[in-house]
Design a protein around this ligand. Sequence first.
Ligand code: SAH
Length: 351
Amino acid sequence: MTTPTNWLDLIPSEAERSVRQWVAARGEPEYRSRQIFRYLWQHPLPSWSAATDLPKKMVADLTTEAPIPRLALETQQVARDGTVKNLWRLHDGKAVESVWIPGRDRATLCISSQAGCAYACAFCATGRMGFERNLTAWEIAGQVREAVLDSAMGLPTNVVFMGMGEPLHNWKEVSRSLTIINDARGLGIGARRITVSTIGIIPRLKELARRPEQFRLAISLHAAISERRAALMPVEKKYPIAQLTTVLSEFRKRITFEYVMIHGANDTRADADALSELAKNLRAMVNLLPLHPTAGNDLRPTPKDDIRAFAAYLKEKGVNVTVRRSRGLDIDAACGQLRVQSKQRRGVQVK
Ligand code: SAH
């Protein structure tokens, strides 16, 4: 017997062709392939046995020859503000998290692109895990598919690559997952509602720039002065701000700088001046985030009032700046808090 096909790991155009070939090889009518194909992303099914409009024999064959892979939900935690953190166990035992963030008129799903992360930013919980492995395109887009299958969630309006991992360190699979998430024959989420967040791996940034879709780009900057950034983010030594600026100035996509406010590390007047200069030159928006507490470092958050003053100063300088509200803090689901721990946490609500 041939190895089972994973149609979810193909971009929609390839999957459509593969499904058509499968149907044709069985001598079945063409409309069967349209029925089957819709169940991949447009009307996701939990398994082929739920395809009640297909003949029993076909369901049985699909189940053995092209089973629908799933991410196994290990734990689900719900925060007081409605944020939901899911821990997914992958087939090889690795685990990643995704976070559902409901809003008044939107729902954002924050997804992971790698198990662990190689870049070791001083303030980031995932960075402390080290790198485990890249996720495949279906494991990435599958996090969105699982939300659609969950009656408490559904299709998010927005997807952000701000979970675990560095998306541009896994560009090949992330690029394919972007196609699946965006394509009308995939999940059909508009490119402007999909944000790739990165520390700025320059060669891969150029490849992202070459894509015709208007995906949103978030750059995790965290300091606009090179030595200050290097103290927080080792990547600065390899891809320094000066180089990053050159590449970003050629970018046609809208850019947001993510800036975690850390007391004494990046929140002085000199930091604000450097940041406003950079943001204005690139016409980038600035998103200030309070530092979220994570174990393993002695960094302290900038006090709230100082964040407000920092934001006001930037605004005065003509920078488009927002202060992001923290979500899901009580379940360690906020930005930079995702870290898979081997032991079960207290208060975990198992679904
Ligand atoms: N590697 C990518 C994707 C992860 S995004 C990137 O860094 O952009 C995670 C976001 O959360 C980034 O903006 C990151 O800088 C931010 N973050 C990390 N640790 C944090 C912390 N302790 N508090 C607040 N934000 C944090």
